[in-house]
Design a protein around this ligand. Structure first.
Ligand code: 0A1
Ligand code: ZN
Length: 878
């Protein structure tokens, strides 16, 4: 795709139902690394009144070998073949079509379709990978049953897996063997999966609530067997949780997971054969941090939950992606909250939403939760579809309550089990089950942009009323000039001077917490019986995904930090306060001054550090300043250097003011030696200790290096080792190199751990980081062919190191453009995802803008581009 050819735009409004139905599909794979033969036999019915040709999707990387209609081979002239399709005309009403294709899995560096990873065969078919295996109606609303035969040399590929049940196995001549898999559940092609390899296996069992005995297996490369226990445990807990919370039971006798080293995304929910990026399966204390353990748990749960929300009920078309993703993210967030702490989970989820989705929604790639057009669907696996989609489901949950939401889910499955449906079908089920009109609420699916909600308050002492005026505004986004007011639920309480929530009347109801429903551009809400001037705590638990601006000043924020009964708002008050201080300091720095630090903020942080009643995990979050990116989000014109300088200055001030307290926290939250516990409580202690260590480092500067080194040397788990390295990486001290070298020596055989080593260096604030990154690209462990390596080095630099990526001379931008151009030839999907930070050019001063735009143009003009990169680059520039 070059800049002057127009790739087709796919539009929701052009959707038409399929003209042909597949009654059943049989596939035979003769596996060979360079020349795999795929024979696909489809039993097809033309639907009544559909006098149209059968158009099958294909791909230029696949060769057509033969086409047979009802057992007769068709000559070339009987079908039309293009690089991306196979069309057949004049077909009977019912027929059997057999297609043979030949593919080269070894040459498949895109990692879509059938490919090889470390010698094993595996597949990735979502969204449109199946068409790289055979010519097929590769769209999610064509669902059918599959029976799959896999043939391969037995010595190299003793394990042969596909979806459903293993119904037959046997030996073949020439050292080959075969396995037959039959999946009784009709599914769309994107859920097809095949794996063949020499793999180690860990097995367990689960008995469902309906007494079905399910065999659970996790397959990994040899040597990794001992690192699957946590994933297996997470799977069993997920299965149990889905029964208890949603009444959803597993539906086959077997559930397989395979971990692969080369994978474009996190994991894939293929029916009964989930395929994972190994990074999200393998975890043990020595190699995985607490954050990694939490991700393994959350992603294993996410993929398992898809069995109902995604597989049993799937999407009609790819515009409906959030139907399965938003709902499944909501479910995995709830699961993690139930397993760990709802407060901490909510804070982390919102942190992520603000870090990834808010900038996306404010930039050139802004799109609705249900997009209405795309060039390349792979570009729409976004934070908006996933995380904002989950917020939309969460709002429905809070509007309907747990019981009402579950009534809606029950009706959704009663109506749509076995079907491919739309987001409208989901909201209709929620609405009908609760006799509630959700038509205004549904605007959240089609309108993009983050609403800005502004609150002004007025207390009337004589009338004892507290009135708030709430306004909402959503700025225009690409393709959507005019915005309408959304339906916004705001959980709200009024806090009294004693720190307790006041009981007051709203809408005739006396309570300590109320839900305000904002439906207009501007609305007044009046609370009655308010005996004293309160502190407003609004949007508790982040009940709506909005940006909130209120009258509250620093004293009110400090008060909330100390007292708000809602943990999310308590944490958020500290973030708001921190952002506002850092912004003030940025201004001082820009004017050549030396910033002061507000002593009241230092006091508030000190109070949190000393408060023994606070859970350590929450305390660690509350003591962590807003990230540089989050501060940047609040600026008209981003100045990365000033933000970095101001934030570091504030960290040093906090560290210095409370040095003794941090020393105390560091010493007292040391866990007893013994067995590592990956649970939330122990992780909370480690998190708090790491935060304390960081402040000690900030307070003491380079003289802290020996303490950091000894923390590193004594670490018996990856969380502690990484905490020390994270602080050391920014310092110019000999301990930095000695720890990094020791780490490399110890872990050079482990790709997953080496990714951490690459990442930590790529995110360093030190002067010559870009040179280091270029140097690291020459490291024997680095390869552009592996997405995890690319993300850990190039991605970490461009996304995780704003200070150096945005360096004045534009060298960071040129570096990214160069890597995107090179990577696009190997793996377009991963290349396109790297482009994100360049799209933020409007947020910078004109000097940066010019250089960022030049880098995007450079990519666009570099010759043949994939649709993936073309779409992101061209939209970023528009
Ligand atoms: N459906 C998976 C994620 C996934 C999406 C796209 C992929 O290739 C384009 C691969 C995986 C999930 O939500 O977990
Ligand atoms: Zn998903």
């Amino acid at each position: 795709m070059s800049a002057d050819t127009n790739p087709p735009v796919i539009r929701l409004q052009d959707y038409t139902a399929p003209a042909y139905r597949l009654r059943h599909v049989e596939m035979v794979f003769d596996l060979d690394p360079e020349s795999t033969l795929v024979t696909t036999t489809m039993a097809v019915t033309r639907l009544a009144g559909m006098e149209v040709p059968l158009e099958l999707d294909g791909d230029r990387d696949m060769a057509l070998v033969s086409v047979w209609l009802d057992n007769r081979e068709l000559p070339d002239g009987r079908y039309e073949l293009t690089e991306e399709s196979l069309t057949l005309r004049d077909l009977p009403e019912e027929f059997e079509l057999q297609i043979q294709t030949s593919i080269n899995p070894k040459a498949n560096t895109k990692l879509e379709g059938l490919y090889q990873s470390n010698g094993m065969f595996c597949t990735q078919c979502e969204a449109e990978g199946f068409r790289r295996i055979t010519f097929f109606p590769d769209r999610p609303d064509v669902m059918t049953t599959y029976r799959v035969t896999i043939r391969a040399p037995k010595a190299d590929y003793p394990v042969l897996l596909s979806n459903g049940n293993n119904v037959e196995n046997g030996d073949l001549p020439d050292g080959r063997h075969y396995a037959v898999w039959d999946d009784p559940f009709p599914k769309p092609s994107y859920l097809f999966a095949l794996v063949a390899g020499d793999l180690a296996m860990m097995e367990d069992r689960f008995t469902t609530m309906g007494d079905r005995d399910v065999t659970l297996r996790i397959f990994v490369e040899h040597g990794n067997e001992s690192r699957c226990a946590y994933a297996m445990d997470s799977l069993i807990r997920s299965m149990k949780w889905d029964e208890e919370r949603f009444g959803l039971e597993y539906d086959l006798d077997i559930f397989n997971i395979v971990a692969v080293s080369d994978f474009n995304m996190g994991a894939m929910e293929n029916k009964s054969l989930n395929i994972f990026n190994a990074k999200y399966i393998l975890a043990d204390p020595e190699t995985a941090t607490d954050a990694d353990f939490a991700l393994v748990e959350g992603i294993v749960a996410h993929e398992y939950f898809h069995n109902w929300t995604g597989n049993r009920v799937t999407c009609r078309d790819w515009f409906q992606l959030s139907l399965k993703e938003g709902l499944t993210v909501f479910r995995d967030q709830e699961f993690s909250g139930d397993q760990r702490s709802h407060a901490v989970q909510r804070i982390e989820d919102v942190r992520m939403l603000r870090a990834r989705q808010f900038p996306e929604d404010a930039g050139p790639l802004s799109h609705p939760v249900r997009p209405d057009s795309y060039i390349e669907i792979n570009n729409f696996y976004t934070a908006t579809v996933y995380e904002k989609g989950a917020e939309v489901i969460r709002m429905m949950h809070s509007i309907l309550g747990e019981d009402g939401f579950q009534r809606g889910m029950k009706l959704y499955f009663e109506r749509h089990d076995g079907q491919a449906v739309t987001c409208d079908d989901f909201t209709a089920a929620m609405s009908d089950a609760n006799d509630m009109d959700l038509s205004h609420f549904k605007l959240w699916y089609s309108q993009s942009g983050t609403p800005l909600v502004t609150v002004s308050e007025h207390y009337d002492e004589t009338a004892k009323t507290f009135r708030i005026r709430v306004r909402q505004e959503t700025r225009p986004t690409p393709g959507q000039e005019k915005k309408q007011p959304l339906y916004i639920p705001l959980r709200t309480a009024l806090i009294g001077q004693d720190g307790q929530d006041l009981s007051c009347r709203f809408d005739g109801v006396e309570a300590r917490e109320h839900v305000l429903t904002l439906t207009k551009a501007e609305q007044d809400f009046v609370f009655e019986g308010v005996g004293e001037k309160p502190i407003l705590s609004i949007n508790r638990g982040f009940s709506a995904p909005v940006i909130l601006k209120s009258d509250a000043g620093h004293p009110e924020k400090a008060f909330q930090m100390a007292h708000d009964a809602d943990p999310f708002n308590r944490w958020n008050a500290g973030q708001d306060y921190g952002v506002s201080l850092i912004l003030e300091m940025v201004e001082t720095l820009q004017n050549g001054g030396k910033p002061d630090v507000d002593p009241a903020f230092l006091d508030a942080m000190g109070r949190i550090a000393r408060d023994q009643a606070i859970d350590p995990a929450f305390k660690a979050l509350a003591l962590t300043l807003p990230s540089e990116d989050y501060v940047a989000e609040q600026m008209q014109v981003v100045d990365v250097e000033a933000i970095h300088g101001a934030r570091e200055h504030l960290r040093r001030a906090i560290g210095t003011a409370h040095r003794d307290q941090f020393q105390h926290l560091y010493e007292t939250h040391r866990l007893e030696d013994g067995r590592f516990d990956p649970g939330a409580e122990a992780a909370g202690h480690r998190a708090l200790r790491s935060v304390a260590l960081g402040y000690l480092g900030s307070a003491d500067g380079d003289t802290a290096a020996p303490v950091l080194k000894s923390h590193f040397d004594q670490a018996d788990n990856m969380t502690d080792a990484m905490a020390a390295l994270r602080y050391l990486t920014d310092m110019d001290v000999p301990e930095r190199a000695s720890c990094l070298t020791a780490f490399e020596e110890r872990w050079k055989g482990n790709q997953q751990v080496m990714d951490k080593w690459f990442g930590i260096q790529a995110m360093s604030a030190r002067q010559n980081t870009l040179d280091d990154v270029r140097g690291l690209m020459e490291h024997p462990a680095f390869t552009m062919k592996n997405p995890n390596r690319v993300r850990s080095l190039i991605g970490a630099f461009c996304i995780g190191n704003p200070l150096h990526f945005h360096v004045q001379d534009g060298s960071g931008y040129d570096f990214l453009a160069e890597q995107v151009i090179a990577l696009d030839k190997i793996n377009p999907q991963v290349a396109a995802r790297l482009m994100g930070p360049l799209g933020q050019w409007r947020r910078f001063d004109s000097g940066h803008q010019e250089k960022m735009k030049a880098a995007i143009s450079h990519v666009l003009e570099s010759g043949e581009l994939s649709k993936d990169v073309y779409e992101i680059a061209s939209k970023s520039l528009a």
